[in-house]
Every structure is written in structure tokens, then in C-alpha cells.
Ligand binder design. Structure first.
Ligand SMILES: NC(=O)c1ccc[n+]([C@@H]2O[C@H](COP(=O)([O-])OP(=O)(O)OC[C@H]3O[C@@H](n4cnc5c(N)ncnc54)[C@H](O)[C@@H]3O)[C@@H](O)[C@H]2O)c1
Length: 253
């Protein structure tokens, strides 16, 4: 039997690279997809059992080539992790149409295109899809009109795919990360935002790439064999706290 294979998008760094490493630790092969070719090749060069696929998930032709290249290499796809994402934050009046489309193209179109392209292979393996949304898709906030909307749509897309692909044995789930100190987050999180997150999150800290990878790989693998259509917030408790006012957290003595 050939070795199980995961296809991870946005695998050159951050959460996608940590997810790649955890799959490798568990004996999977990984097709690493990223549009940042130099970073991807550098990451892949130091790892065994990987194939670097430098493709843009927002482009239908490139996504078709991506699926062909992964299948040609591994002969199968057991899990697809739709992790590639971009974050551009700003007030609604400053979000021009190009910005809106850039965010939607990767965060939403990319998830749709990659899932569609990998579905025939996933039917063969009765495999799994794990989509990476965000707490910004669960709770509205300022400056995230495009990002938050794209991630909320990924949550709905997860449920659409789960409903339709369940009869083929394909499970589709979603992880909604809280803040993690990756390049993506550090570009949009000021020191004030970091402090505010610490105060609003019950565990009082950011998550790590590895903590996210653990949840993603669990949902992709056989331990989650009866789980589909779910959204799991790996966020230190942020989403579960309704009234998170800092003043209410002060100890009453
Ligand atoms: N870091 C956080 O705080 C946080 C919080 C919530 C959700 N997320 C989500 O987690 C996912 C991973 O984020 P990260 O923090 O590791 O980001 P990151 O910027 O460190 O890594 C993202 C990777 O995706 C790649 N990428 C972007 N657009 C692409 C495209 N169109 N085609 C192919 N590759 C593309 C980038 O080149 C990069 O290597 C994203 O979907 C992000 O929205 C992150």
C-alpha cells in the first residue's frame, strides 16, 4: 500500500509549515503548495517525503496543475488542508475593490478551487478536507470587512462540502485559529492589539503554530473518523467568551 499523502497549501511557513512537519512525524508524505517559490523551496529542501509545488491557489489553471502534480507524485491524496491565506486589514471606506478581490481570491476562491480539484482523488481514498478559517469568521470586528467575510464564507463552504461529500466518505471540517505569531499576524497586529488579545483570551496568550497543527492533523486523520461539518476554534477560549470586557476580569476582592 502506498504511503498516505496530505496536500497542504500555504506550506512554506507559519501554520502550514508546522502542519507539514506534524504530518511528516506521523509518517505521511506531504505535497507542499505555496506561491512564494523561494520560501517554499527553502522549506522543502530540508525535509524528506515532501514535494514542493509552487502554485497560486487563487488561479484555476494553477490549481488544476497542482492537483495533477501531487497525484503524479504520490498517486493518492488522503487529506487536503486549505491553509493558504492573506490578511489585509483597514476601515470599510478604505477597502477598495482590488483589496476585497485579493482577499477573496486567496481566502475563499482558493478553498473552493482546491477542494473541487482534489475531490475526485479524495473520493478514491475516502479522505478529508480541513479548511483554515479564523476567529474573525466567527465574530465580527473592526477593520476586517474583507478578511472576516472571507473566513465566515469558508465556514459555510465547509458545511456545504460536508453535506454533499459525506455520502462519498469524505469528511470536511474547519479550524478557526485565534492569534498566532506568524508573519501574517505580525504584519497586522500592533503591540496594542497583542496586549488587547492577551486580555480578551481566557488563556491570556497567543497560540503556537504547533498547537494549531495538532488540531488540523487530528481532524485530517482517522481519529476524527466520525467528525464532519464541524468548526473547531483553537483560540484559547476567545470565541466562547460572550462578554469579554477587561473590567469584568478584574478579581473582585
Ligand atoms: N496567524 C494568525 O494569527 C491566524 C489567525 C487566524 C487564522 N489564520 C489563518 O491561518 C492560515 C495560515 O496563516 P499563517 O498565519 O500561517 O500565515 P503566513 O503568512 O505565515 O503563511 C501563509 C502562507 O500562505 C501562502 N499563500 C498566500 N496566498 C497564497 C496563494 N494565493 N497561493 C498559494 N500560497 C499562498 C503565503 O506565501 C505563506 O507562505 C491563513 O489562512 C490565515 O488566515 C491565521
Amino acid at each position: 500500500m502506498t504511503q498516505t499523502c496530505a496536500l497542504v497549501t500555504g506550506a512554506a511557513r507559519g501554520i502550514g509549515l508546522a502542519t507539514t512537519d506534524l504530518f511528516l512525524e506521523k509518517g505521511w508524505r506531504v505535497a507542499m503548495v505555496d506561491r512564494d517559490r523561494p520560501a517554499l523551496l527553502e522549506a522543502a529542501a530540508t525535509r524528506d517525503n515532501v514535494l514542493a509545488i509552487a502554485r497560486d491557489v487563487s488561479n484555476p489553471q494553477e490549481v488544476a496543475a497542482m492537483a495533477r502534480e501531487a497525484l503524479g507524485w504520490a498517486g493518492r491524496i488522503d487529506a487536503l488542508v486549505n491553509n493558504a491565506g492573506v490578511a489585509e486589514f483597514g476601515p470599510i471606506e478604505h477597502c477598495d475593490f482590488e483589496t476585497w478581490r485579493r482577499v477573496m481570491a486567496t481566502n475563499l476562491d482558493g478553498v473552493f478551487l482546491c477542494s473541487q480539484a482534489c475531490t475526485p482523488a479524495l473520493k478514491e481514498t475516502k479522505g478529508a478536507i480541513v479548511n483554515i478559517a479564523s476567529i474573525s469568521g466567527l465574530r465580527a470586528s473592526t477593520l476586517r470587512v474583507a478578511y472576516g467575510t472571507s473566513k465566515a464564507a469558508v465556514i459555510q463552504l465547509t458545511k456545504q462540502y460536508a453535506a454533499e461529500l459525506g455520502e462519498h466518505g469524505i469528511r470536511v471540517n474547519c479550524v478557526a485559529p485565534g492569534p498566532v505569531r506568524t508573519k501574517l499576524a505580525m504584519a497586522v497586529h500592533t503591540p496594542e492589539i497583542i496586549q488587547a488579545y492577551h486580555e480578551a483570551i481566557p488563556l491570556n496568550r497567543y497560540g503556537s503554530e504547533r498547537e494549531l497543527a495538532e488540531v488540523i492533523v487530528f481532524l485530517a486523520g482517522p481519529q476524527a473518523s466520525y467528525v464532519t461539518g464541524q468548526v473547531l476554534a483553537a483560540d484559547g477560549g476567545f470565541d466562547s467568551t460572550g462578554v469579554g470586557l477587561p473590567a469584568l476580569r478584574a478579581p473582585a476582592d
